[in-house]
Design a protein around this ligand. Sequence first.
Ligand code: ARG
Length: 569
Amino acid sequence: MQKIKITVAEKIADRIKAEFPTAEISGADVLGMFEYPPDPAMGDLALPCFKLSKSLRRSPMQIADVIAEGVEGEEIEKVESVKGYINVFLSDSYLAGKTVSEILSAGENYGKNEDGEGKTVVLDYSSPNVAKPFHLGHLGTTVIGHSLRRLFEFSGYKCIGINHLGDWGTSFGKQIVAYKLWGNKKMIDEMGVDGLVALYQRFHEEAENKPEMFDDARAEFTKLENGDPENTELWKWFIGISIEEYKRTYGQLDIEFDYYTGESFYTDKMPAQVEKIRQSGILKIDDGASIVDLSEYNMPPCLILKRDGSTLYPTRDISAAVYRKETFDFDKCIYVTSAGQSLHFAQWFKVVELMGYDWADKLVHVPYGTMSINGAKLGTRSGNVVWLKQLLAMSVEKVLGVINEKNPDLPNKEQVAEEVGVGAIVFNYLSNSRIKDISFDLEEALDFNGNTGPYVQYTYARCCSILAKAGESAKSELTVTAPTESALVKVLAKFPEKVREARNVYEPSVIVRYVLDVAAAFNRFYHDCQILSAEDEAVRNTRIALTAATKTVLGNAFGLICLKKPEKI
Ligand code: ARG
């Protein structure tokens, strides 16, 4: 589509220059002004002439009238002037031929671009707090982060995925106290993270009446900080068990990280940065603590060191950013967290700027809204914690029930149920603009007839089954005969633009909505047109090629939103 748009834009620019020799306008200018008309009756591309009116000293209607006359070529069906707009109708067969051959020859590369060549993007996402399982709040950072990673990779960037585990802090002191009091190796080996969580919860219950336990916890953490061998070993063990569990969930989502460098990794890198802050003249002592005053920027102070000299979350983030810049020389470092942390990021980004690092503007925070189930907010402390693995398991079980009922002989049932069940949740989650607070409903997410993951995966499987029955088909010119065919082609042609759009605004939802458009256009075509039983050979081949192109586009798009591609459902 982009190539055709460029050609048409150049033709229009030439026409403008021919009619208005003093006009300074290029094909690129026209390209930037193109709109997609809301209604196909108004053509495929529209150029509003209102902005041109001033410089060309004519009314938009007059300009459109003059220019529309004489824009022609094999890609153009007709051009109309309507109320100050130049409406361009593209040739269906030309567009279909170009688009489908581009899709089929590019295959899994269709939709890629090279905007990021030679550039590196670091993405910090998922980053759960060790010794606790994922709660639903971490679903957002995990799937949005991974989706952004895929979008940047699709644009030619080198991407580095970092899991900035919360693996340091006084909570490990609590964990160690609890383990020494009530835990044992056998219990943790058997229960894994659940065992750690049970211990952690018990600590909080019992400490309510015995506040001195908090002192014990601090003492155990200080021992850990000072390298006490027993505590270090326990701590490493807890982390190992946690990562093992996270990896199971990541596997279900097809996610891998380049590094699991958590907060503890930066321990020895912090003193140098604290010193640098001091030397920049921005470090202040406030009631014994070290802070950077940000009142000038309408923000509360950023805490660097506690009164006892220990470091904090922002200290670790600042040190991590410097380390990443030095190690990866990133063009962007993206952090995906809930919007609740927006102030934290704004504060320490400011500190990095005030420290004199000229790359401070390359730090990007991508926030997302909260998720609730039946209206109940999810937090670790509120009794209403729903673990991600439970939700995924529930969804998979329901899908398996549907398969057992409707298609009991399906090979690999369990795997398909897993791919569809997990996909349903991810798809539902990513379908909203990320900043919106959302309320999750499992029934809705699993509805095969709704705008859901199962629905689009089913559409993909439908393409696969048509293609399996079609066998090899002769390649020939495409003959588009039905309106639903050309409508499908136009949607497929937009994929590369959607990839850029989604990446530019850090919005996987752009891809999700696009996938729904593709599925809707394909299903309209499927209901309207005979594919395998079409009598005319050329018509049949065209429809098979359209099906193959749809499969490619859906498959590529699924890869961008953590959705797997079962070929049979
Ligand atoms: N562990 C933190 C949490 O669960 C998220 C870390 C985000 N990344 C960062 N560099 N601060 O809330």
